[in-house]
Structures are given as structure tokens and as C-alpha cells.
Design a protein around this ligand. Structure first.
Ligand SMILES: Nc1ncnc2c1ncn2[C@@H]1O[C@H](COP(=O)(O)OP(=O)(O)OP(=O)(O)O)[C@@H](O)[C@H]1O
Length: 471
């Protein structure tokens, strides 16, 4: 059972984790199922006073994860909800995959856009299966197709369908409800997933697991994800790109997490990031990026003597015990293995384990907490990948820090104009939105700080600087 697997003591939530998929520009080329989104000169006024969102022009590349962060009330949720038109813009256009959806029927639009809110937003009187199958049923899929889809998605979010599909939301933990919320949003395979502080209501450890799972899912599905969070660490961990907003949804910086950490574009961004930037930068290297060590593995039920023999041949140490889905469920010494004729799992066994998308300092934390020099690494759907060691981590961190300046220079050059129209760089600079380090040119429209790697140039001109004039 996945949740049992994940009872292994995880690292505490530390600065960043950079679970984000391959962040190199264009990395989403193959297998992208997401759609590009363009907000063009979008304004939302709720009535008197300054607009909640002020002439925002923003492109969100297909298949990537864009995080919205900024102080309370700066317009993150309003911006997000204008994408699926839960909130109607006062002015401007919203274009999804080249199609202007501003005037489209809202219900129809929302069926094409997954939406995840805090605590999953599940309907309490419906079973998990009925919740997940809601949109497919509305789309009149056959019963069998809906049932198959429900099971497929529960499996994707690491909930055993047989165990969970007939439960009611109240019979689930907060983290499990959140997983069902993600499964439900993905049910009709929408190209776009909007997530409004989805993990805000769960404890830090569950949150970390959900974040890892989202990254794993995103690595499989390549949706376009727009994600609102209060937590800058979470933004660094999950985002291919981060938009830092100030009031009125003024873009203060729009760039990769690495670039924002390395070159905050102004004091506002510096303050927002706080003092942990250096540490966070180190943590941008992921477990998946370093060589893992092979370990002796054994499946539950294997012959103990044979496993012990292999351990001896390998020079001792421990065997990683796997369940039938190749998920690590134990980490046993020869003595523990030989306690029974076949390999068993000790339910209480606590062993250091990290996801492949965890960062190196999280891996290090996990090992230190467990008093171990090694940790078991799992990848997509919790499947076993190998073992990471303290010395690997230290070596990789050393290499990463010595490499950092080159990487910054090689950041998404050539994709960083973000231009929608001519001119405006001055205004952008005045707004403090022009990123440094060659990644986030704002030589085009003052409204768009699309910070490199935007795969195509947005259509021009709709936005005037959201930031320059600030309020
Ligand atoms: N229905 C509404 N009527 C009037 N004003 C609103 C309404 N909804 C939001 N606002 C205002 O619009 C501004 C932006 O709100 P929004 O919820 O988008 O901010 P946010 O950045 O998501 O905030 P938070 O981080 O606190 O959730 C705020 O000043 C808020 O008070």
C-alpha cells in the first residue's frame, strides 16, 4: 500500500526541493499534452478602488508548471480564476492554445480545464469513485470507460483503487482527499490544470509527499499547470517558472526558480525570497541528477537464504525489500532477512527513503535524521530506483556550486524577450521587472516579463505595463 511505503521517515520540509521536471527550455517538447495560455491585457476590477488585476499580459508555456506567488491580496487567485472564467475579466482576452476563450461558454470551458482547490473540494455525499468520475460522466462516457478511468487515476495518485474507490471523502485523510482532488481534476484529461493552494491545508510531511507526487504526475502527463501558493519554497520546488506578483497582479519577476534565486530583479523580490536564497540554490540539484548506487534487492516472499547469499557476495550491507509493484517497503540486514525462511516486511521498519525529484539537501537531511549514510530512492509511482549515499550528495553539491555561474549564463538565452510589442523596456525596468543574468529580457512589451523559454512570442500589444505604473 503506497501510504505504508511512504511511512518511511521523510526529510522534514526544508528549503526547496526542486522537484520540477526538466526545466530546460523546450524540454516539454515531446509528449506535451498541455496547452499554452495567454492572458492579454487582462484587468479585473471588483468595483471601486484599484483593480485587483491590472492590465496583465502573461504567457504560460504549454506543458510547463507556472507558479503564482506574492503577498496576500495581490491578485493571484483572481488571475487564476480568470483562466477558467470562474471570474470574468473586466477587460482583456484569454487565449488557450490559440483559441480566444474569453467569450466561450464558461461551463464548457471549465470541462476542459482541471481545477484543484484546497482540501480537494470533494463532494461529501459521493464516493471517491463518483467524485473522480464526475466530469467523464457529464461528458457522457460509458460506465465502463468511466470506471476504468477512475481506477487508472486513483492508481496514478497512489491510491489503491480497490481500497479507496468506494469510500466517502470523510473516510480519507487530508492528504488522501487532496490526491482524489488531483485525480478528479485530471479525469477528462484536460490540457490545463489550475491549482489554488491545493496543499495549503495538509501537514508539512504530507505536503511534501503530495508535491513529489505532483511532479511525478507532471513528468508523465506534461499538463500546463498554473499553481497559486503562498509558499515560495513550494514555488521553487514545483515550478518551471515563477511569477512574483505585487498588488494589482503587477509582475515583479517572471523567471525560472534558479534565475530568481540567483538574480532577484529588485528589492521586492529580494525581500520576498528572504535570506535562504543561497541554501535554496544548492537545493536545486535533484537526486535524479546524481548517479545512484545499485543495491541488493529482494521481493517480499523471496527465499531468505538466497538473498543473504547475494548480500554476502555484495560485501554485506542491506537489501532493499520491494513489494510486488517494486516499491521499497523495507531495508534489511542479513540478520533481519534470515529471521524467516522467506523475506518479510517489518511493518514498523523505518528507513531513509527519498523521491528521485527530491533535492540533495533533502536527501542529506533524510539520511542524517535516520543516522544513515545512505537512503533508498524511489521514482515515479514510488518504484525503486537505487540508493543515494552521503558522499555522492556532497560531491554533487560541490560540483553544482562550482558550476553555478556557467549555468546561469547559459540560462534560456534567446527565449527571454517575452516581447509582445515594441518598446517598453524602460517601463519594465522602472517596474523592476527586468531580470538579470541574460534570462529574462524585457526588451519588448513592458507588460510581459516572460523570462525566456517562452516557446513562441505572444501576440502583441495588448498590455501596458502592469508593473510600471504600479499602484
Ligand atoms: N469578490 C470580490 N469582491 C471584491 N473584491 C475582491 C473579491 N475577490 C477578491 N477581491 C479583492 O481583490 C484583490 C485580489 O484578491 P485575490 O483573492 O485575487 O488575491 P490573492 O493574491 O489570491 O490573495 P491571497 O493570497 O490572500 O489568497 C484583493 O484586494 C481582494 O480583497
Amino acid at each position: 500500500m503506497p501510504d505504508n511505503v511512504r511511512t518511511n521517515r521523510p526529510a522534514p520540509r526544508t528549503r526547496k526541493e526542486s522537484l520540477a521536471p526538466d526545466k530546460s527550455p523546450g524540454s516539454s517538447g515531446a509528449g506535451v499534452t498541455g496547452a499554452s495560455i495567454l492572458l492579454e491585457g487582462v484587468t479585473k476590477s471588483y468595483g471601486g478602488g484599484a483593480p485587483a488585476v491590472d492590465q496583465l499580459t502573461l504567457e504560460i508555456p504549454a506543458g510547463q508548471t507556472v507558479m503564482f506567488v506574492g503577498p496576500s491580496g495581490c491578485g493571484k487567485t483572481t488571475t487564476l480564476k480568470m483562466i477558467n472564467r470562474l471570474i470574468e475579466p473586466t477587460r482583456g482576452r484569454i487565449v488557450i492554445d490559440g483559441e480566444d476563450v474569453t467569450g466561450m461558454n464558461g461551463d464548457e470551458l471549465r470541462r476542459r480545464i482541471g481545477y484543484v482547490v484546497q482540501a480537494g473540494g470533494l463532494l461529501p455525499h459521493m464516493t471517491v469513485g463518483a467524485n473522480v468520475g464526475l466530469v467523464p460522466r457529464m461528458l457522457r462516457w460509458s460506465r465502463q470507460r468511466v470506471a476504468e478511468r477512475v481506477d487508472e487515476l486513483l492508481d496514478l495518485v497512489s491510491l489503491d483503487p480497490a481500497e479507496y474507490r468506494d469510500r466517502f471523502p470523510r473516510e480519507l485523510s487530508g492528504g488522501q482527499q487532496q490526491r482524489v482532488g488531483v485525480a478528479r481534476a485530471l479525469a477528462a484529461d484536460p490540457p490545463v490544470l489550475l491549482m489554488d493552494e491545493p496543499f495549503g491545508a495538509v501537514d508539512p510531511i504530507t505536503r511534501q509527499r503530495l508535491q513529489e507526487e505532483l511532479v511525478n504526475i507532471q513528468n508523465e502527463l506534461h499538463k500546463t499547470v498554473v499553481f497559486v501558493t503562498h509558499d515560495f519554497d513550494e514555488a521553487v520546488m514545483l515550478g518551471d517558472w515563477i511569477v512574483i506578483f505585487n498588488n494589482g497582479a503587477q509582475i515583479m519577476q517572471y523567471d525560472t526558480p534558479e534565475q530568481i534565486l540567483a538574480s532577484p530583479s529588485n528589492e521586492f523580490v529580494e525581500d520576498f525570497i528572504g535570506s535562504g536564497a543561497g541554501l535554496m540554490q544548492l537545493g536545486l540539484t535533484r537526486v535524479a541528477e546524481v548517479p545512484l548506487r545499485e543495491a541488493v534487492t529482494a521481493h517480499v516472499g523471496d527465499d531468505s537464504r538466497e538473498v543473504e547469499r547475494r548480500l554476502r557476495e555484495a560485501g554485506g550491507g542491506r537489501a532493499v525489500v520491494l513489494d510486488r509493484r517494486d516499491r521499497p517497503v523495507g531495508w534489511a540486514s542479513s540478520r533481519q532477512i534470515l529471521r524467516a525462511a522467506t523475506v518479510q516486511v517489518d511493518d514498523d521498519q523505518d528507513f531513509p527513503a527519498v523521491g528521485a525529484r527530491s533535492t540533495l539537501d533533502d536527501a542529506l537531511n533524510t539520511m542524517l535524521l535516520a543516522g544513515s549514510t545512505q537512503a533508498v530512492v524511489h521514482g515515479s509511482r514510488q518504484r525503486y530506483l537505487g540508493v543515494i549515499t552521503v558522499s555522492t550528495v556532497i560531491k554533487a553539491i560541490e560540483q553544482a556550486s562550482s558550476r553555478a555561474p556557467d549555468e546561469a549564463a547559459a540560462a534560456p538565452l534567446g527565449h527571454n524577450s517575452g516581447a509582445t510589442a515594441d518598446g517598453g523596456a524602460d517601463t519594465a525596468d522602472a517596474a523592476g521587472t527586468a531580470a538579470r543574468g541574460g534570462t529574462a529580457g524585457t526588451t519588448g512589451s513592458p507588460a510581459v516579463h516572460t523570462a525566456g523559454a517562452v516557446p513562441r512570442q505572444p501576440a502583441g500589444g495588448a498590455g501596458d505595463a502592469p508593473g510600471g505604473e504600479g499602484r
